[in-house]
Ligand binder design. Structure first.
Ligand code: FAD
Ligand code: NAD
Length: 403
């Protein structure tokens, strides 16, 4: 009998964790496991705000996929260009692939809600190179301001759209980085403006209000300004238009606009033949796509309802890695003609960094702020490395500066 092919698309938290779990459970004789990813490395999406601000080097946030997979997995470096679940076919830049079991883990894209100009003029933390582009763009703006004879101070204005976790974590890093950049490029710091624009009436909507207040105070001390309850409604080459009231708008000129106001699933999901909403697939309890018994969805392409709370689980690395373990086990169950398991989420809470030296946390049953929360954030980051690559990877790439 032909051994089944398990095709895993994407080597982010979801896809790579699926592959490393499968390689422990399924031998090369039992199945062919193929992992497809655009790059030959995995990047830590949860560290991209640090890469974007320039507080860590891009290389620090990535490692070769070959370091964590064994001979049971065949890695193919290719871009997925199309998925057809009715024909069980996947088009990639390395050719067409077929499968017996598919794991769709192609991650997220920034959501711009159709707001004019954002796609063209705003930068984003969508992937490692996009984060690198932010770092280099800011440096370019600062360097050119220094050289300009007639100076336009708006070159030194950085706007961050969205004060969710991504926006706040980025602002924390920028708060630390801006003084360094000013020194590097001989810029008086009062010339620099970092403005966060948030549509909702508070930053980090839904998070513990005391911790939110702490975060806002700490970021304000680092010179970050907030415009709250004021959605961005347009971006142009010059900056952004902000809605300040019923018929009141303000245009803020800025050399850098970063959009961090939400995510959707990978657009390839929308043409895959599976029903989706904002490119996210409402998966069944065992993480399979509705109507397709051979297709699993992991991470930010999956939509999963928290039935107790009556709202979807937020797309996070934490949930993606847990889903991946269930998916690997369920593929093994299907290969053995056994029943699949339900995915049960073990929510360990959330930690939001405010730079490398500060954070807020509502996690492991405790609310924390400051150095303790910051140390916890590094432990969480290290744990993700450990779960994929064990002690060796954690020692090589982990964060061990706890103060
Ligand atoms: P990803 O990790 O994005 O991986 C997708 C993979 O697919 C990538 O390797 C990509 O290269 C590959 N890919 C994409 N398109 C193609 C293609 N066409 N062909 C081939 N390969 C492709 N969550 C937390 O739980 N804790 C945090 O602290 C946290 N911090 C975050 C900080 C930032 C700045 C951001 C942006 C997000 C953060 N998140 C955090 C959310 C978390 O990163 C995502 O939920 C998580 O990355 C989703 O995992 P994934 O496997 O679905 O996708
Ligand atoms: P999000 O959806 O959580 O937050 C986006 C923010 O942008 C919201 O506050 C929203 O009100 C605001 N917004 C939307 N439209 C706007 C507009 N027109 N103008 C101004 N503001 C606008 O998105 P995110 O912060 O990118 O997070 C995405 C996912 O990644 C979430 O699930 C989050 O939990 C996760 N994440 C987790 C961490 C962490 O655990 N430390 C860090 C980053 C991201």
């Amino acid at each position: 009998m032909k051994r089944p092919t398990i095709l895993v698309l994407g080597a982010g938290y979801g896809g790579l964790t699926t592959a490393v779990n499968l390689q422990k459970m399924v031998s090369g004789e039992e199945a062919e496991i193929i992992l497809v990813n655009k790059n030959d490395y995995h990047y830590e999406t949860t560290w991209l705000h640090e890469v974007g601000a320039g507080t860590i080097a891009p290389d620090a946030a990535r490692y070769p996929i070959a370091k964590v997979i064994n001979n049971n997995v065949r890695f193919v470096q290719a871009s997925v260009e199309g998925i057809d679940v009715n024909e069980r076919k996947v088009q990639t830049t390395a050719g067409e692939m077929t499968y017996d079991y598919l794991v769709l883990g192609l991650g997220f894209e920034g959501e711009t809600f159709g707001i004019p100009g954002l796609d063209k003029y705003a930068l984003s933390l969508a992937n490692l190179n996009a984060a690198r582009q932010i770092r280099e763009h800011i440096e370019y703006q600062f360097a050119s301001w220094s050289l300009d004879e007639v100076k336009d101070d708006s070159k030194l204005t950085i706007i961050v759209g969205g004060a969710g976790f991504t926006g706040i974590e980025l602002l924390g890093e920028l708060g630390n980085r801006v003084p360094e950049l000013c020194k590097e490029f001989d810029i008086p710091q009062e010339k620099v403006r970092v403005l966060c624009v948030e549509a909702a009436p508070m930053v980090l909507p839904g998070f513990d209000p005391t911790l939110v207040e702490y975060a806002k105070t700490q970021l304000s001390k680092k010179g970050i300004e907030f415009s709250i309850g004021t959605p961005v409604v347009e971006a142009t080459e010059e900056g952004v238009k902000i809605k300040k009231g019923e018929d009141e708008f303000e245009f803020v000129k800025a050399g850098t606009v970063i959009w961090a106001a939400g995510v959707r699933g990978n657009k390839l999901v929308e043409t895959s033949g599976i029903e989706s909403n904002r490119a996210r697939i409402a998966v069944r309890k065992d993480m399979r796509a509705p109507g397709f018994d051979d297709v699993f969805v992991v991470g930010d392409c999956a939509f999963l309802l928290n039935e107790e709370a009556g709202r979807p689980y937020p797309p996070t690395a934490q949930i993606a890695m847990q889903q991946a373990v269930t998916i690997a086990r369920n593929i093994k169950h299907l290969m053995n003609d056994e029943d699949t398991e339900e995915f049960v989420y073990d929510d360990k809470g959330a930690v939001c960094s405010l730079g490398h030296d500060d954070a807020i946390a509502d996690a492991v049953g405790r609310k924390m702020a400051g150095k303790k929360a910051s140390a916890l954030k590094k432990i969480v980051d290290n744990r993700a490395l450990y779960l994929v690559g064990g002690v060796g990877l954690t020692v090589k790439k982990g964060k061990f500066k706890f103060i």
